[in-house]
Design a protein. Sequence first.
Length: 138
Amino acid sequence: MSRRDEYHEIAKNALINDGWTITADPMDLTIGGVELLADLAAEKILAAEKENDKIAVEIKSFLGQSPVSEFHKALGQYENYKLSLEILEPDRKIWLAIPIEAWENFFQREFIQKSIKRYQIELIVFDTQTQKIIAWIK
């Protein structure tokens, strides 16, 4: 199993604090002999609709020396997990969870914003101190 992101438990707690139930930690997305493991699977019952909202979450801290390199890796994982989910669980959506500091200091750059739009990356922005979700960005 690959090493967990430094903010794994914080992001997980932020989801729980937002009313999500963690259903897998990690989530196995292995397909066609290729081992893929997203960080989390979560579900939330939507009372008004009486159905479940299902997500898979990849958590990234962006604490390394090269946020661009980390972004490349995150984008590749995101796209691979998205493809795997289309086959295995088409009703589940993939989200990339990032700390507010990464959102403010890196994800606001023009190129990164263009990449988010082009690849349709859905983001969960969380606060590492309060362990709360700040924003869901589609």
